[in-house]
Design a protein around this ligand. Structure first.
Ligand code: SF4
Ligand code: SF4
Length: 362
């Protein structure tokens, strides 16, 4: 008979406290005052901050590995008054050298996929970003599938599913009383992790009641999610994006509500554009990077004053093409994980599904 591995919900708090002695643990935490849920350190849990593993976080996990603002290095010019034509520049080492391993607990499958895409950008080929890798490496990802699917979730339309754990190390399914392990990677690291906390990973024979519960939850979530939007074929969509690119009137019409606030790019798990700048006072300074947004007017503003994407529809068209065209050509995947956050936060009700549907049906 098939053996089930599971964590009892009643021992979850103890499990997380125990692993936090050996790892930096991050999980979805809700601020009781404003109701907002975000990934944060387990250390902030108190009477004002509670764990919330069911609902969607406002921000994706991008914040942890690729923060909105990040110091790259500090510098200092040294000048000798007797020799003014010579300038020496001393650079300090990059910060962010936290070597403690991390456990990300309770991340949704769509956000696991979001991390895969961040890896493609920051950790592939020769383009390895040391700042990203410093935070990303030595991370154990424990995902919990979605037994709640929201009206703006559409991972099933773009090749995911509420229980497709992708590259997560451990995948869990919440059946109420227990968290059932439905994915466990075979790496030595995870074997050791399970062995280290074996008291929390209990085993039992699969029984009919549990099997039925699992099947019902998976079926229901997939069904709900797949009614939220149609299936998108990556090859067809790139062709459609190309053939409609010069249809300015179409793009103007479908983006006319957009106010170019960039909220959608801020919350998106796959938007990764950044800017690099120096802040300097006297001879000391810092070089940092901060997020940038292609929906912003200044993103493409050139020093001459010319802006090749001056109009909102041109910028939004670029954003949609980035996700539903350009990235597919480079990496064979849509650059959208169907998390629905952009729909959730848009102040004027823009819905990426409606935009893409309009393009498909043009
Ligand atoms: S485009 Fe929207 S739905 Fe797609 S990954 Fe980004 S925030 Fe999520
Ligand atoms: S959140 Fe809405 S209004 Fe703001 S840039 Fe995105 S689509 Fe436009």
């Amino acid at each position: 008979m098939e053996k089930l591995i599971y964590i009892k919900k009643e021992s979850l708090k103890n499990f997380l406290e125990k692993i936090s002695k050996d790892y930096d643990v991050y999980l979805p935490i809700q601020n009781k005052k404003n109701g907002i849920i975000n990934f944060d350190s387990i250390n902030i849990l108190n009477e004002n901050y509670i764990m919330n593993l069911k609902e969607k976080t406002r921000q994706s996990l991008k914040f942890l590995f690729f923060p909105p603002y990040e110091s790259l290095f500090e510098f200092e010019y040294k000048k000798d008054i007797k020799n003014p034509e010579v300038t020496e520049i001393a650079l300090s080492k990059p910060g962010n050298s936290n070597l403690r391993e991390k456990v990300i607990f309770g991340i949704k499958p769509c956000d696991v996929r979001g991390i895969d895409y961040l890896d493609l950008v920051f950790n592939s080929g020769n383009n390895k970003d040391p700042y990203y890798l410093n935070k990303r490496e030595n991370t154990i990802i424990i995902s919990i599938g979605c037994s709640i699917v929201y009206p703006d979730c559409f991972c099933t339309s773009i090749g995911g599913s509420p229980f497709n754990f992708g590259n997560a190390n451990i995948g869990l399914l919440d059946i109420g009383s227990d968290l059932i392990v439905t994915k466990l990677d075979e790496s030595e690291k995870i074997k050791k992790f399970i062995a280290d906390y074996k008291d929390f990973f209990e085993k039992k024979d699969m029984d009919d009641e549990t099997e039925n519960k699992i099947n019902e939850i998976v079926l229901q979530s997939n069904k709900t999610c797949s009614t939220n939007w149609k299936k998108i074929n990556p090859e067809n969509i790139t062709a459609k994006m190309e053939s409609t690119f010069k249809e300015d009137a179409l793009w103007q019409e479908i983006t006319k509500k957009c106010i170019s606030c960039a909220a959608c790019t801020y919350v998106c798990p796959t938007c990764v554009c950044f800017n690099i700048a120096d802040e300097q006072k006297d001879k000391k300074g810092e070089r940092y990077r901060c997020w940038d947004f292609c929906t912003n007017y200044y993103y493409t503003l050139e020093a001459s004053g010319h802006n090749p994407r001056e109009k909102i529809y041109q910028r939004y068209r670029n954003k949609i093409n980035c996700k539903y065209n350009y990235f597919i050509k480079r990496n064979k995947n849509l650059y959208c994980v169907g998390c629905g956050r952009c729909i959730d936060v848009c102040p004027v009700g823009m819905d990426i599904r409606e935009i893409v549907s309009s393009i498909i049906s043009f």
